[in-house]
Design a protein around this ligand. Structure first.
Ligand SMILES: Cc1cc2nc3c(=O)[nH]c(=O)nc-3n(C[C@H](O)[C@H](O)[C@H](O)COP(=O)(O)OP(=O)(O)OC[C@H]3O[C@@H](n4cnc5c(N)ncnc54)[C@H](O)[C@@H]3O)c2cc1C
Length: 150
């Protein structure tokens, strides 16, 4: 149905005005909403999320580099961000039917090292980001799938 057909059939719908509408309460959408509020607390920002809450539709389990988080919240540790398990070692295994052989560390390229990263639940980190966003005044509407650009 086009917006005009909806209007013709059901009459004018309730509308809410916002300065910024972010679609998707994933890490990117929430970071955007948070940064906007940090830059200008007077902006009205809403995040639409089709899942039941921020993090509900996020594939969990990840190795996370906290650099971007530290730019957003330099005090993320004090704020209780759920980054609890630092990476303690990296291994690259060559698997055959019978055995697994570890590649010598000297042969593992730097991009495959995860020093300084954390093993996280991305769902939990996203939920936490949602709480931080709301504390800054971002409105989050879970259970709303954005369907069309009006
Ligand atoms: C198998 C796998 C393993 C990964 N492992 C790692 C890893 O180890 N380390 C790492 O850093 N990254 C990893 N990633 C990548 C990481 O998950 C993504 O980079 C990150 O989730 C992207 O965040 P995003 O906010 O852009 O998108 P998403 O996380 O996809 O979030 C998008 C959000 O938008 C919502 N949404 C979508 N459409 C609509 C709509 N129309 N209306 C309302 N809401 C909507 C979704 O429900 C979701 O909550 C992995 C990804 C995969 C798939």
């Amino acid at each position: 149905m086009t917006p005009q057909e909806i209007l013709d059939q059901f009459g004018p719908r309730e509308a809410m005005e916002y300065d910024v509408v972010v679609v998707g309460a994933g890490p990117a959408g929430l970071a955007t909403a948070i940064r906007l509020k940090q830059l200008d607390a007077n902006l009205s920002v809403v995040v639409l999320e089709k899942g039941s809450e921020p993090g509900a539709h996020i594939l969990s389990g990840a190795v996370m580099d906290p650099r971007a988080l530290a730019e957003l919240f330099p005090d993320w540790k004090e704020r209780g961000a759920p980054l609890n398990q630092p990476v303690t070692g990296d291994e690259v295994l060559i698997l055959t039917e019978q055995r697994a052989s570890a590649t010598p560390q000297a042969l593992i390229p730097p991009c495959m090292h995860n020093d300084g990263c954390y093993v996280i639940s991305l769902g939990a980190v996203t939920k936490w980001l949602g709480e931080q966003a709301e504390a800054l005044g971002v409105e989050i509407f879970p259970g709303f799938a954005a369907a069309e650009l009006l």
